[in-house]
Design a protein around this ligand. Structure first.
Ligand code: NAD
Length: 519
């Protein structure tokens, strides 16, 4: 192992000499398929991890159900206190975990550390929530009666997560599910196993110190097979799935087919709209970050840019000069802004998207090719390097693939509009509905944008880019993004089952709506 990788792994006590167990259900095991964690920056194999065998998965699910039975009787504020300790333990390793995210996923260090901070923040939120997951008392029409709406935990929540947020997405789910009294079973992306092992070590340490069964937060590393087995399993009460639209569609059908609960956080195809009155000194760098940050591998990455005709030339020339300043670098180095794509396959997906754009007659303003090995510094050979690309298709044709599908790479398509209404139609005219952003200083535009004739996305920003959400609001998207909501707002309400309880404390038993049924 290179010293670069060894120092990151050693700081988190991840063994590197032999195969690493990839299952935790109170104890560490793993005898299934061996997966390789590959560094996207260099191609170096960081570790070999043993995934869950079918038997180990079943055992973990059974132990998680037992852990749930324990957890549901622990008072919620006490669960909150344990979350507070998880928060402290994570914060103490924030920089180390952030570096591991950079090493294994490929995002730059500040974004890796920010991702851990997001887990810390949502844990804080879960602490508060543990004293605020209130039900309601509803007025009854019957004398001497009262109606309560009572939230109780669901049971076992499976968290199936994507490679691009290998820590935070689990954090959002764990904090809410745990505060609400559920056990979680986490199946992370098979290409980021080390992040999930490091997090689980930290979380399980806190659980064990507090006498909570470790299977309250189980880990089952594996690929598609393990994912499918979880989704099909009737003992999993809710599947919280984050990933692509294609896989999400299958997951939704299977879970709904067994009347389980499903929460979907799927792909985005996010647009920024820039009006002529926008402050370009804010909008240009924000679009740059949205399109290029995490090398275009955020669900909220800016993929479409709609510019008003009056400012389009000046906006583009300013944006392109930022693109020109970009170069590939080790994501662990503080000055790097452009990291690699996560996998070799993603380079192929990027290249096909560029081909499609070329074939459609689009003008390619910059980028438009992967880096050849000879163009890279020696330390980056073996990594998955592509040039961030800005393209101007011949027209905004929302039936065409280049506008309609999410390419999970740094490719930005630009269209020019004359009226805000036209740009909003373009914003809404794709299958996905995750994030959107309008740049303007005119309050009339703002009212239109956030109202019924405005953006149909789950995230509707003004003078803020499409990516980089805080945890306080519910996060998620509409339409083919899956309608799920996680993190803040009212998202916790999905992690409980609601009971409507009518209580009769009178000496009569009247029926509702005055129905008479006297024998
Ligand atoms: P993916 O769909 O390939 O995989 C997601 C997870 O599903 C992984 O854990 C994978 O192992 C598992 N999986 C694969 N096939 C399965 C099956 N048949 N049954 C059950 N599980 C299965 O996604 P990815 O490439 O890891 O992530 C990128 C995608 O995730 C992008 O589309 C991105 O927009 C989306 N994403 C969405 C959000 C959001 O909040 N909306 C957040 C992050 C990522």
């Amino acid at each position: 192992l290179s010293s670069r990788a060894a120092s990151v792994l050693n700081a988190l006590d991840i063994p590197t000499a032999k195969e690493v167990p990839g299952v935790y259900d109170g104890t560490w095991t793993g005898s299934g398929e061996v997966l390789e964690s590959v560094c996207p920056t260099t191609g170096e194999v960081l570790a070999r991890v043993q995934a869950a065998s079918p038997h180990e998965l079943q055992t973990a699910l059974a132990k998680s159900r037992e852990a749930y039975k324990f957890l549901r009787s622990v008072p919620a504020p006490r669960r909150g206190e344990i979350l507070r300790q998880i928060r402290e333990a994570l914060a103490a390793k924030r920089d180390e975990l952030g570096a591991l995210i950079s090493l294994e996923m490929g995002k730059i260090r500040t974004e890796g550390v920010g991702e851990v901070q997001e887990f810390v923040d949502i844990a804080d939120y879960g602490v508060g929530l543990s004293r605020m997951m209130n039900g309601r008392v509803v007025a009854s029409e019957r004398p001497g009666h009262s109606i309560l709406e009572v939230p109780n935990p669901l049971g076992v929540v499976a968290v199936l997560s994507a490679f691009n947020f290998p820590v935070a997405v689990y954090g959002w789910n764990l904090a809410l599910a745990f505060a609400a009294g559920n056990a979680t079973v986490w199946k992370p992306s098979p290409s980021t196993p080390l992040c999930s092992i490091a997090v689980t070590k930290i979380v399980s340490g806190v659980l064990e110190r507090n006498g909570i069964p470790g299977a309250a937060a189980s880990l089952v590393i594996g690929g598609k097979d393990v994912g499918e087995a979880i989704v099909e399993n009737k003992s999993v009460d809710m599947v919280s799935f984050t990933g692509s639209e294609a896989v999400g569609r299958q997951v939704a059908k299977v879970v709904q087919g067994r009347f389980g609960k499903v929460l979907l956080e799927l792909g985005g195809n996010n647009a920024s709209i820039v009006m002529p009155d926008a402050d370009l000194s804010l909008a240009v760098p924000a679009v740059f970050f949205g399109a290029v940050g995490t090398a275009g591998q955020r669900c909220t990455s800016t993929r479409r840019l709609y510019l008003h005709r009056d400012i389009a030339p000046s906006f583009l020339s300013r944006l392109l000069s930022l693109y020109k300043s970009l170069g590939p670098g080790d994501p662990l180095a503080p000055a790097t802004l452009l990291g690699p794509l996560h996998t070799r396959a993603a380079v192929g997906i990027y290249s096909s998207a560029i081909e499609r754009l070329r074939a459609s007659g689009a003008e390619l303003l910059c980028g438009a090719a992967p880096y050849a090995t000879g163009e890279l510094p020696g330390a980056l050979h073996g990594g998955n390097w592509v040039r961030p690309t800005v393209a101007v298709p011949t027209k905004v044709d929302l039936e065409h693939d280049v506008w309609r599908t999410e390419t999970f790479a740094p490719v930005l398509c630009v269209g020019v509009f004359d009226e805000l209404e036209e740009a909003i139609e373009w914003n809404n005219g794709v299958p996905q509905g995750l994030s959107s952003s309008l740049w303007t200083r005119d309050v009339r535009n703002v009212g239109k944008w956030i109202g019924p004739a405005g953006s149909d996305c789950g995230i509707v920003n003004v003078n803020v880019g499409t990516s980089g959400a805080e945890i306080g609001a519910a996060f998620g998207g509409n339409k083919s993004t899956g309608w799920g909501r996680e993190s803040g707002g009212d998202a916790w309400k999905q992690y409980v089952r609601w009971s409507a309880c009518t209580l009769n404390f009178s000496d009569d038993a009247p029926l509702a709506q005055g129905v008479s049924f006297a024998p």
